[in-house]
Design a protein around this ligand. Structure first.
Ligand SMILES: [Zn+2]
Length: 297
């Protein structure tokens, strides 16, 4: 039997800056009823509610963005990972800007906030979204696959970066709230110093700093000690869970990801949803297709 749906016992709020905009942003988390799911609400666009659904997702520069009726909310994956990892099913996330605050670059501040609010069990069971047969997406040596494998969700993630501190890392973890908060949530996002200038020139990563990311130069880590020797692969698990949260239910089985990123995570989530027969697969046009369409019209 699946567990009961949950929400927060009380409203809680946190403040920080947006990773890309660099602007201060306040996020307020409010309880929501069973069946509501997680939804974002931008106070500067009060007419639009943005549900955390895979149909609304697009990926962009190492982050996942949701978009409904032309209103978007960016960098949603760490807060959604915290919700998925801790088993928070229903919540309204109010933001006074277009991006979730990056905080320390991990999911730990969100986990602590949820624990501070406390969880309330609701009267309905969670939806189970597991596919009955294996599902696999792959591109250029990168892949994400699913095997039905009894109750519970296990993730194996492999990365391989040609960098002396990163190299090849592999982690297998069974996703339970206590495992998630101790082993996955504290792992911070990471990036390479050489990429920062190019991102900033495009108006991105303006809120990025040594305080909210593990920043690497050619030889080592610029931003102080790592939280785990394999913090990099742990953060990849964190990101994958944030993208899987967009399925809006619990998963049973074993997911194996190899050198993937948000784009492939989202493609996988769509394939899994289609295989589970729970959600309609909506194709989001690529940037190139959108441009082509604009030229024709
Ligand atoms: Zn991340």
């Amino acid at each position: 039997m699946s567990r009961a749906q949950t929400t927060l016992r009380t409203s809680v709020a946190i403040e920080g800056v947006g990773l890309h905009s660099g602007h201060p942003v306040r996020a307020c988390f409010r309880p929501a009823p069973a069946g509501h799911g997680i939804a974002f609400h931008r106070l500067d666009r009060p007419d639009v509610v943005i549900p955390a659904r895979v149909e609304s997702a697009s990926t962009f520069d190492y982050a996942t963005t949701l978009n409904v009726d032309g209103v978007s909310v960016g960098t949603v994956e760490h807060v959604l990972s915290a919700a998925f990892g801790e088993g928070l099913d229903n919540c309204v996330i109010e933001l006074d800007g277009p991006e979730v605050p990056i905080l320390d670059g991990s999911a730990l501040p969100f986990v602590r906030l949820f624990h501070a609010a406390g969880f309330e069990r609701l009267g309905e069971p969670v939806k189970s979204l597991s596919a009955p047969a294996p599902v696999r997406v792959s591109r250029d040596g990168r892949s994400v696959s699913f095997e039905p494998d009894g109750p519970g969700l296990t993730i194996t993630y492999e990365i391989d970066f040609p960098h002396p501190v990163v190299g090849r890392q592999e982690l297998t973890v069974t996703i339970r709230p206590e495992e998630y908060s101790a082993r996955i949530a504290p792992a911070r996002t990471f990036g390479f110093a050489k990429d920062v200038e190019a991102l900033r020139a495009r108006g991105l990563a303006r809120g990025g700093s040594l305080h909210n990311a593990v920043v690497l130069d050619e030889e080592g880590v610029l931003s102080g000690p790592l939280r785990f020797r394999d913090e990099f692969v742990r953060h990849k698990v964190l990101d994958l869970l944030g993208d899987l949260a967009l399925l809006g239910g619990v998963l049973d089985g074993h997911i194996h990801a190899r050198k993937a990123g948000h784009a492939l995570h989202i493609e996988f989530a769509r394939a899994l949803a289609a295989a589970a027969g729970k959600t309609e697969v909506v194709r989001v046009p690529t940037e190139r297709a959108r441009r082509r369409a604009n030229i024709r019209s």
